[in-house]
Design a protein around this ligand. Sequence first.
Ligand code: NAG
Ligand code: NAG
Ligand code: NAG
Length: 318
Amino acid sequence: MRMLKGKLLPVLAWFLMITSTTVVASSRRGVSYAPPKLKPLTGLLPHLTFSHGFKEFFGGSHIQIVDNGTSVNLILDKSSGAGFVSQNSYKYGFFSAAIKVPSGYTSGVVIAFYMSNAEMFPHAHDEIDIELLGHQKRREWILQTNIYGNGSVHTGREEKFRLWFDPTQQFHQYSIIWNHNHTVFLVDNVPIREVIYRETTFSCYPLKPMSVYCTIWDGSEWATRGGKYPVNYNYAPFVTNLRDMEMAGCSWDSKTGEPVCANNGGGASSLDPVGGEDFVKLSEEQKLGMQELRKRFMIYSYCKDKNRYKVLPPECRA
Ligand SMILES: *[C@@H]1O[C@H](CO)[C@@H](O)[C@H](O)[C@H]1NC(C)=O
Ligand SMILES: *[C@@H]1O[C@H](CO)[C@@H](O)[C@H](O)[C@H]1NC(C)=O
Ligand SMILES: *[C@@H]1O[C@H](CO)[C@@H](O)[C@H](O)[C@H]1NC(C)=O
């Protein structure tokens, strides 16, 4: 387990090290903001119990399965973090969890809900990340998204957001749509980022089956301005709660190399997260909601980071 974790961390560490210095200083709590009410995509597909969808990734006793398997606590203390991983891998679908993060002093604590195939393709892996980064100011968490395709680790594509709510008080839904048309990151059903799949402008789109992970771990060395505000274990244990876990789409049968799709996978039903109309493109309302949130709450985009990229990646220029 430690080995697996060790394999993933260097990649994560690398990109955060680069950007973490620019960001946190500018964060401050927004005036209260009510995001638009959009047609929800969460709750349409079944909620999975832990034993139906997941298995331990690392951390053993630091994973607590509660409420008859419908909810999970992940614990970080001095001895270990924790994480779980989907039993199946998927090529395209809808992936979501409701998460409540720990309150108090959480600098250096990282909670990640992400997809990856780094274990299967160590040199050409794909990854889609939602990461919640703890903060030296209580309740001030930063949300980061990122995407890699086919080993494109030399180009980090991070975006960072302040949150318009206190993520320590209630559960909020963090979701990923990933299909042949686009990848969308959503918070409480409002899209915050859309990556459209176009071979010409976005050459490193994730195209291989990935597993779904949820982890809590100590990101002191890189998430906190090079270790300036490391995890303070006087405040441990750090406990994050998860529930309402949804994963649906096409799972990958590793024996046959064929996808196994729910809802026929052919776009026959609007509930199909791979081809259904609610999933293959954003509605006008969703686009407007996304624009507004990005305008108000985005605090970092790699597309604007000219210190880091003398030549911006092609999709930033498109
Ligand atoms: C717990 O889950 C099992 C299997 O899903 C179900 O049969 C049982 O009724 C559940 N118990 C409670 C208290 O919800
Ligand atoms: C992905 O990367 C591998 C190894 O670097 C390369 O051989 C392959 O052609 C790439 N695939 C695509 C679709 O770009
Ligand atoms: C989504 O992608 C599929 C497969 O490439 C394509 O046939 C379809 O037209 C796309 N849909 C939209 C709305 O772009």
